[in-house]
Ligand binder design. Structure first.
Ligand code: 4AD
Ligand code: MG
Length: 453
């Protein structure tokens, strides 16, 4: 049976009959044999294979170039070479698929821009292999975090008619032909439908029945901002907790960030070394720091005061009532506090309809977790549980109360204080890997003007 190279490299003992398969990273020839570095993507490491001229299949050795796929049988033996425990002495080699000379991933380093243009091949590089293995482990860790705490995983719909964030950044879903595109009532659902920007509203209904829930799935935003931190399709983790206030919400968000950072450190299976080598020298140190120290917490109003008193020239103005821009978030985390910062109690004017109004009548129980190098990684709030306040919010935000009747019902029947947040999964991955562009932690990124593959 074929064995994964990851397991072979971790072997406890030599082995007489080994079968492996993968893609050739490099091949070096001498008169009597060839050295092949084989990688199957299961781990960072390559298995070194010695293939003697004369073994079955060796007539194809010259065609076993970088990128070609091969299957190899042989013996696993202790390696005399430094830096590797095992090597394989081949008894037969089989060329499965050739890779002609124009294979784009020859040994030399490529720019991330170029690699994005060959997103179908880049997982075969060390860096992207590591990124996508990390993505898989982190997704599993998200489920572990919540399942171990008795949160129930809810699948909220991808097609929806409600704009949770009220920002009008939704992709429309329609089956109408071009010449009938505005005839909403003739459309598939009898009204306008969109790809969801957040599963929160549906998630709230389940929290108000099952107590502690989370969603983890794709969300979509037709935000025309071509930044290194925004994608049109990204994954969001959205827990929602009944009988919970803003403080409990912040505790949960900070615990999740710390848990995932600890996972990245403790279960990286060698991949962290690649991130440190290629993208961020101080990565491990920063992750250890974040895992071990409390986050700073400050109200929005104080954050604005700090920014104003900083003496720093920002591109965007700092004023009570304006959104914090990424440059402001980064100043707070990178220069002032030098650690993650949770900012809470934002002015109600700049936040969506569902956030709970504070007693001051001016601010809502919003909170954002900001981290160095990225800015906002989590956004959440305690939800407005008072029916009358919610109804006046609908009016204030120009929302049709009938369309949100089901949402208001949660306040009408057995309303409870509840709170939740959304963590951008890709932003978390950027933080855990040091990769600075969101396009490089998504297998096939969707951004304005870009829908290849
Ligand atoms: O702050 P946001 O917009 O919050 C919500 O959608 C709430 N409904 C969540 C909730 O309370 N259940 O988005 C949450 C997080 C952000 O903090 C950010 O990490 C990420 O989602 N995010 C994006 N990530 C990548 N690309 C984009 N365009 C993103 N927009 C938001
Ligand atoms: Mg936000």
């Amino acid at each position: 049976m074929r064995r994964l190279i990851k397991h072979v490299l971790q072997s406890e003992s030599a082995c007489e009959d080994l079968l492996v398969a993968g893609w050739i990273r490099t091949r070096r020839d001498s008169k009597a044999f060839s050295f092949i570095e084989l990688n199957d993507g299961t781990c960072l490491g390559n298995l070194q294979i010695v293939a003697d001229v004369g073994i079955p299949g060796s007539e194809d050795l010259q065609r076993m170039a970088t990128g070609a796929s091969v299957e190899v049988r042989g013996r696993l033996i202790p390696s005399p070479a430094a830096g590797q425990k095992w090597e394989m002495q081949a008894t037969s080699v089989k060329l499965l698929g050739e890779a002609p000379e124009d294979y784009p991933l020859q040994k030399k380093g490529h720019s991330q821009e170029f690699l994005r243009s060959i997103a179908h091949l880049r997982p075969r590089t060390n860096l992207y292999g590591a990124v996508f293995r990390m993505r898989s482990r982190m997704a599993y860790a998200v489920h572990r975090f919540f399942q171990e705490r008795d949160f129930i995983y809810v699948h909220t719909p991808i097609i929806t008619a409600s704009d949770c964030e009220g920002a009008g950044e939704m992709f429309r879903v329609t089956t109408l032909p071009d010449d009938k595109i505005s005839k909403d009532t003739e459309d598939f659902f009898g009204k306008r439908a969109f790809l969801t920007v957040s599963g929160q509203l549906e998630g709230e209904t389940f929290a108000c029945a099952l107590s502690n829930i989370y969603t983890f799935g794709p969300t979509f935003r037709a935000e025309n901002s071509n930044t290194s931190r925004h994608a049109a399709e990204f994954w969001m983790i959205e827990p929602e907790v009944a009988f919970c206030d803003l403080a409990g919400d912040m505790d949960l968000a900070e615990a999740l960030v710390k848990f995932l950072v600890t996972e990245a450190l403790e279960r990286s299976e060698g991949d962290l070394a690649i991130f440190e080598k290629f993208v961020d020298k101080g990565l491990r140190e920063r992750l250890e720091f974040v895992a071990s120290r409390p986050f700073e917490r400050i109200p929005y109003t104080e954050a604005v005061e700090l920014l104003k008193a900083s003496g720093r020239k920002f591109d965007y103005p700092v004023e009570y009532g304006l959104n914090l821009q990424s440059e402001h978030e980064r100043w707070l985390t990178e220069e002032h506090f030098k650690k993650p910062v949770t900012v809470y109690d934002y002015p109600k004017e700049i936040k969506p309809f569902y956030m709970r109004l504070n007693d001051d009548g001016k601010t809502v129980t919003a909170m954002d977790v900001l981290v160095p190098g990225i800015g906002e990684i989590v956004g959440g709030s305690q939800r407005e549980e008072r029916l009358d306040v919610l109804l006046s919010n609908f009016a204030h935000h120009g929302l049709n109360p009938e369309a949100y009747g089901w949402y208001a019902d949660l306040r009408k029947y057995g309303s409870v204080p509840h709170a939740g947040f959304g963590m951008g999964f890709e932003r978390m991955l950027m933080f855990a890997t040091g990769v600075s562009n969101i396009r490089d932690v998504i297998p096939f990124a969707r951004t304005p003007g870009n829908c290849e593959f």
